[in-house]
Design a protein around this ligand. Structure first.
Ligand code: NDP
Length: 287
């Protein structure tokens, strides 16, 4: 049977590391604090905000919600981000995207200080990822992929990794981070020809396209490691990944491994965000 790369184990390990660090900050009178900037009330944003608040509370991390109306003007959003930048008691900021269409998203992201950019959304944070010289933090989902591979001892150095999806949220940064780990990376997208042949060649396949169960048996071969980044809903409204789990699992076999959805990368991403907030607070505490 295919090996399950469960997010829970990785989350537990990350949180075991964070607990004493938060306690040490608390002993110095510092509560690591995350600001969540949200425009409007999209159900998935609200749901993630609740999850993040619950996880943060369990770790002793503070959360402040800055909720703006969906039609708030750019200047109001800019003031909220600048308030986060100026507030010494806030160490990290998560801004839900996509922002409403009337907002210049790139401009809004770049208002945030890279030191507080715990989800790698600013140009400077991304430049650091691409240059291999970190400034701020990498996007949390991209780092979550590496955390899963590291936790389960999946080697990447010298291995062929195929990443499907080239967004700045996940595909491109994870490709650069894997390159930094000496993997040989193929980055694929919607115009890639004969995708199935490419994914079958890989040692590790990362699927991040947002297409429910689109990666069936034909995309895989025995023994591969598959990370399913997708968070999608199928026609029946059930949460699912990009990978057809049963079909892929039967091809990957005993020597293969795969992250489930739910229960895979999503929960690890939240823990990585929390780890970034703690790291940001530690940096400030260390002056
Ligand atoms: P985007 O829509 O921004 O990007 C999707 C990417 O997939 C694009 O690069 C696109 O190619 C590519 N793509 C689309 N169709 C195909 C196809 N037929 N064949 C090959 N590539 C294709 O999505 P995101 O990157 O923001 O998110 C991807 C998925 O990851 C979503 O399900 C999202 O919900 C999930 N996600 C999960 C997170 C987590 O914590 N686990 C966090 C963030 C996102 P092109 O560039 O050519 O258009």
């Amino acid at each position: 049977m295919v090996r399950l790369l469960a997010g829970r184990e990785v989350v537990d390990s990350l949180e075991d590391d964070l607990t004493p660090r938060v306690a040490s900050l608390a002993a110095r009178g510092i509560t690591p604090t995350l600001a969540v900037v949200r425009m409007g009330e999209r159900p998935d944003d609200l749901s993630y905000e609740r999850t993040a608040a619950r996880r943060a509370a369990g770790l002793g991390i503070g959360v402040r919600s800055l909720a703006l109306a969906a039609d708030a003007p750019f200047d109001e959003l800019a003031r909220a981000i600048e308030a986060v930048n100026a507030d010494a008691s806030v160490h990290g900021c998560l801004m839900f995207r996509p922002l409403p269409p009337h907002i210049d998203e790139a401009r809004a992201c770049d208002l945030l200080l890279p030191a507080k950019d715990v989800d790698g959304i600013t140009s400077l944070s991304l430049a650091g990822v691409f240059a291999g010289a970190p400034q701020g933090f990498p996007p949390a989902t991209a780092q979550a992929c590496l955390e899963v591979l590291d936790h389960y001892g999946v080697p990447v150095e010298g291995k062929h990794v195929v990443v499907v999806g080239r967004s700045l949220v996940i595909g491109r940064p994870v490709a650069m981070m894997l390159l930094g780990r000496n993997a040989s990376v193929t980055l694929c997208h919607s115009k890639t020809e004969d995708l199935e042949s490419l994914t079958r060649l890989a040692d590790v396949v990362i699927c991040a396209t947002g297409r429910p169960r689109a990666f069936g048996a034909a995309y895989f071969r025995p023994g591969q490691t598959v990370l399913d980044v997708g968070i999608n809903f199928d026609a029946q409204g059930a949460l699912c990944g990009d990978v057809d789990f049963d079909a892929a699992g039967s091809v990957l076999g005993d020597a293969g491994s795969i992250t489930p959805v739910p229960g895979g990368l999503g929960s690890v991403t939240t823990s990585v965000t929390m780890a970034h907030v703690v790291q940001a607070a530690e940096k400030i505490a260390e002056g």
